[in-house]
Design a protein around this ligand. Structure first.
Ligand code: SAJ
Length: 471
């Protein structure tokens, strides 16, 4: 029987399958960006959910009703379910005989290969707490061909697939900033090679997923997950390449994008200073590396990654050259960076392009002041309390994340605070040229015509006379 931890007595006492499912006990290993929202959504359907994480501080905060990140709806859901159906814990020994254990831990890329260390240790934990014949569901992103590895690791612990446990791969596909909404509404892929694993997974997801639920094999699900982010990364790289072409052609990419997208089969994405986040920066490489290992090198994927990775240093160097040109070498050597998260309206700074952009300027003796309304991270720059404090005395304000708050910037006020002539670098195509130029600011940025004269292409990186006060 599917949920054999329920006794016959319980079974008879329950009047409907609904209640049987509600009696299930689920454990989720990893209470981060995916594990926590997922745990709360499942708990909101009446199922008992144990959210396990090795990070004790995170669990202490969750027990106090404090989520570790900013995401709409999570705080309220946590407060309403805590201690009722949702139980955070860092004590694995307090858990046992769970019907389903879901794994949502990071699978990063370390030194050009997928690092499955956290996954392996999560599987070892899952093996201890799943009931015999229960199901382990992996939500973490996997490189293709992971199932054999997983089954092999569990075999080393004396567990046989189909006897001691069943396994499914149901990759998460939700975007930070819209996690709850996307976990509910996106199509959910269930990758399982046997009926038991597919059925147990479906029982869980169908309780809160309002999108389609589609079954496929474990290995197809692995590639589907990777190809989604590869598709996005390659398309952003195309936007970035076209934007760079526009810059040297003296044409505005944003107008090109708007007009080209009037074509019914064209959808150019937004160009930007770089691509960050924990997913697009590694998933395409998982796909590339797995294919390369088996004899085919999908070079387009690698090239797109390279284009998206070059952005921060490429644009930092351009800003430096422009300042060399516009300030005749006598600027304040201070840059203000607004927005350091990997994208707008989130507080996540993982793999953010802002990091390399800021490091470039720090390395070359600039003072970098940073303001971000969503995070205290500065990547080594000096934290400012508001955008005007950051801009005060700066040669250039660089906007790197498209937070809504930056739409409200008072450009005249910024201009008055900066060295002359003030420069705004728009890394996300956020502002209107007219508004910026009407405030007397030199407007440069991704996809905007180059203003750098050929003669300053080789602007020395340590050109400015060192201004000790500014450093
Ligand atoms: N970006 C651009 N131009 C665009 C869109 C995004 O430069 O037009 C940049 C963003 O600024 C950011 C990066 O790309 O730096 C990634 O942002 P994102 O919003 O495209 O994606 P993520 O990483 O937040 O979430 C992605 C999503 N994948 C797809 O949309 C295909 C999400 O659905 C996945 O679940 C998630 O990765 C994941 O966990 O894999």
């Amino acid at each position: 029987m599917l949920f054999s931890s329920i006794s016959i007595g319980d079974f008879l006492a329950l009047s409907s399958l609904e209640q049987i499912v509600a009696k299930m006990r689920v454990g989720i290993i990893g209470q981060g960006y995916i594990g926590l929202p997922l745990a709360l959504l499942i708990a909101s359907t009446g199922i008992e959910v144990h959210g396990y994480d090795i990070n004790k501080k995170l669990i202490v905060n969750l027990l106090e009703g404090k989520p570790p990140f900013e995401e709409e709806g999570i705080g309220n859901l946590l407060k309403s379910l805590l201690g009722k159906t949702y139980f955070p814990t860092s004590d694995l020994d307090s858990l046992d005989r769970l019907d389903v254990v879901i794994i949502a831990v990071p699978t990063p890329l370390s030194e050009s290969s997928p690092n499955l260390m956290f996954l392996r240790s999560a599987l070892e934990s899952a093996a201890k707490v799943v009931r015999r014949g229960g199901t382990i569901i992996v939500e973490s992103t996997l490189p293709p061909g992971s199932k054999n590895k997983i089954v092999g690791w569990l075999r080393e612990l004396g567990m046989e697939e189909g006897r001691d446990y069943y396994i499914a791969y149901c990759p998460e596909r939700a975007m930070p900033g819209r996690l709850l909404e996307e976990l509910i509404w996106n199509t959910r892929i269930i990758g399982a090679d046997d009926e038991e694993a597919a059925r147990a997974s479906e029982e869980i997801y169908k309780r809160f997923v309002k999108g389609e639920i589609i079954r496929t094999s474990f290995s197809v699900a692995e590639v589907v997950k990777l190809v989604e982010n590869t598709y996005r990364d390659v398309n952003i790289a195309l936007a970035n390449e076209v934007a760079r072409a526009c810059e040297v052609l003296g044409v505005d990419y944003w107008e090109v994008m708007r007009l080209a997208n009037k074509h019914p089969r064209v959808n150019l994405l937004r160009a930007g200073v770089g691509v960050g986040g924990s997913c697009l920066t590694k998933d395409p490489l998982f796909l590339y590396l797995a294919s390369k290992d088996r004899g085919y090198e999908p070079d387009l994927i690698l090239y797109a990654r390279r284009v998206n990775m070059d952005g921060p240093v490429r644009y930092a160097r351009q800003v430096h050259r422009l300042l060399f040109q516009t300030k005749n070498g006598y600027g304040s050597r201070k840059i203000a960076v607004l927005g350091v998260t990997y994208k707008g309206n989130v507080n996540d700074t993982r793999e953010s392009p802002a990091r390399d952009f800021i490091k470039f300027f720090l390395r070359h003796g600039y003072m970098v002041s940073v303001f971000d309304p969503h995070t205290g991270e500065t990547f080594g720059g000096m934290r400012a309390e508001d955008p005007y404090e950051a801009a005060s005395g700066a040669d250039c304000v660089a906007v790197l994340a498209d937070h809504w708050e930056f739409k409200e910037l008072i450009l005249d006020k910024l201009a008055a605070l900066m060295t002359d002539p003030p420069v705004l670098f728009d890394g996300r195509g956020m502002f209107s040229r007219e508004d910026v130029e009407n405030s007397g600011i030199i407007y440069v940025g991704v996809g905007l015509p180059h203003l750098i004269k050929e003669t300053v292409v080789d602007a020395p990186l340590s050109f400015y006379p060192l201004n000790k006060k500014a450093i």
